[in-house]
Design a protein around this ligand. Structure first.
Ligand code: HEM
Length: 245
């Protein structure tokens, strides 16, 4: 554990050198997450099923309640995730990182993932979206719990890797919504041709494209990011004289 009196030299150099406001991605990420939540939360805090943006299927009456809880816990995951992924915060406040990490796992991802799995199985947007929802929920829960277990075992390199994947999946809901808007604009003009005038078919196609691309691309980006970091470390190690290794 790092104590408040630790010498700066004990902190990893790459964290100490760069000030948080010089890291170009932390502040924009928080702004985007805040904007997403400001737009997404209100209908589900209203307790009014008429405000839902997802039509409730007849066979699942608790749909709105389950969806609303999913969104509330998902918001906790998104807010805590922004803090957890922030290098400055991790380096300066290791105890807070551990506490907020537990909130992220057990007060955010786990309940939101299980509720997302439930509403995902009852989705009104068709089987292709359902498959994506179910796989995403299982991967989200799996990556997050594995990341937590790695930290418990003090395997911090693996902990970081699994939590980067978990982070990508948490934030993927934002890209999902962006793809939804883009595909609606792109495909709507083809309603009467490619979609035979059927708005349900158009809706389920847009939803399926947004659902799959929404999380597959961020997860691939996360893998590329991790691999890039590993390759850089291998190069540094190979360049170091053997005596200093
Ligand atoms: C990463 C795992 C997640 C899964 C598997 C998941 C799953 C789902 C499902 C199945 C729905 C209903 C739509 C449908 O039937 O297809 C939904 C809606 C929603 N989810 Fe998630 N979700 C996840 C993460 C999140 C996160 C982190 C948030 C952040 C707040 C969130 C916010 C929402 C919102 C706001 C809706 C309602 C739709 C809307 O108003 O646009 N989800 N989610």
């Amino acid at each position: 554990m790092t104590s408040p009196t630790s010498a700066p030299a004990e902190r990893p150099a790459h964290l100490a050198r760069v000030r948080w406001w010089r890291r170009p991605w932390v502040a924009p990420l928080m702004v985007v997450a805040a904007a997403f939540l400001a737009f997404s939360l209100p209908p589900y805090l209203s307790m009014d099923p008429g405000q839902s943006r997802v039509p409730a299927p007849d066979f699942f009456p608790p749909h709105f309640a389950v969806l609303s809880l999913h969104v509330v816990f998902g918001s906790i995951a998104m807010i805590t995730c922004c803090l957890q992924i922030w290098p400055w915060f991790r380096a300066r406040h290791p105890r807070a990182h551990r506490v907020i990490g537990r909130v992220y796992v057990f007060g955010g991802c786990l309940p939101s993932g299980l509720l997302g799995l439930t509403v995902g199985l009852a989705t009104p947007f068709g089987p292709v979206t359902m498959a994506s929802n179910v796989l995403l929920a299982l991967l989200w829960i799996g990556c997050t719990l594995t990341g937590w277990r790695m930290a418990r075992k003090r395997r911090f390199v693996d902990h970081r890797r699994w939590m980067v994947r978990s982070f990508a999946l948490t934030m993927s809901i934002i890209t999902n919504r962006l793809y939804g808007a883009v595909f609606t604009i792109l495909l709507e003009p083809q309603l009467d041709t490619a979609f035979h005038g059927d708005p349900m078919l158009l809706g389920s196609t847009v939803s399926a494209l947004a659902a799959w691309l929404g999380w597959v691309l961020p997860l691939l980006l996360a893998e590329w990011w991790l691999e890039r970091g590993d390759a850089a470390k291998r190069r540094t190690r190979a360049a170091r004289p053997a005596a200093t290794r």
